[in-house]
Design a protein around this ligand. Sequence first.
Ligand code: C2E
Ligand code: MG
Ligand code: MG
Ligand code: MG
Length: 279
Amino acid sequence: QAKLAGRNRFCFFTSRMNEEAEARLRMEGELRRAVGTDQFHLAYQPLVDVKSGRAVGVEALLRWSNPELGNVPPDRFIPQAETCGVIVAIGRMVLETACRDARRWVDAGHADLRLCINVSPRQFQDAGFLGHVRAALAASGLSPANLELEITEGLLLTERGDVDVLLRALTDMGIQLSIDDFGTGYSSLSYLERFPFDTLKIDRSFMIGMLERQERKVLVETIVAMASGLGLKVIAEGVETVEQLAHLTAINCDIAQGYLFSRPVPATEIPPLLERVYR
Ligand code: C2E
Ligand code: MG
Ligand code: MG
Ligand code: MG
């Protein structure tokens, strides 16, 4: 009896593992086929200066709509695209499209607009990366001063000597760098000193219960104070309520991003959001 149950359980596990592996392979195949098609598009979310209430930039966020799989959220397909390397081609498309969109907004009068683009470690480590960035800037005519690349702590963990060199090459070009999802990875505070970041983005998990939980409140306050002491701009991600915004204002957080101001929207909906004053 026990033996039978054990064997059944074993069968159950293997079939579920097979299903997962199959789903992964299927997604991988769809991702590869999707490159160069119109299945990908970018949504943009405004970054709002807390003091003036004006949008000072936008973050480009990738969307994938596949005829077989439907709308797949980035948290599901990006890790997969990383593993199979197709993120390099997708990321190149993101750079080109976003720079082109941002150039139009800059030309429409938002000279200081900051375009934030997420870069995943696999993409960053690709030998062609710097060339892709240069090409996207050249093709769009966007100034490097308008571009900010968002990097996660995972990249810095790779301990490759050339990470330093590449980050320097980017900042030497006049591109800004931010550290994304700060506080969730294996944050080492020494990274903030060692790498040439301009901005620190506090992960949105810190906003959840920030006002109710004293410890969390203290953490956010401390991160903001530390960042500004180091001369870094601070962006709070995932701001959803006026109470959260009021607190962030009180502790001198520079920039806020979240559903309170706007969800990520298609490029066509961005121009009016850049004219608005959020108060
Ligand atoms: P992220 O870079 O931390 O981007 C912010 C995420 O928070 C976005 O999720 C955004 O829609 C969401 N968000 C913003 N405000 C709020 C809020 O008030 N409440 C809540 N609940 N969520 C909010 P999204 O668009 O699903 O993207 C998820 C992640 O996928 C991104 O996190 C980023 O790491 C990755 N990603 C997105 N686009 C790209 C891309 O083009 N390239 C790469 N490599 N990664 C990307
Ligand atoms: Mg980001
Ligand atoms: Mg990110
Ligand atoms: Mg983030």
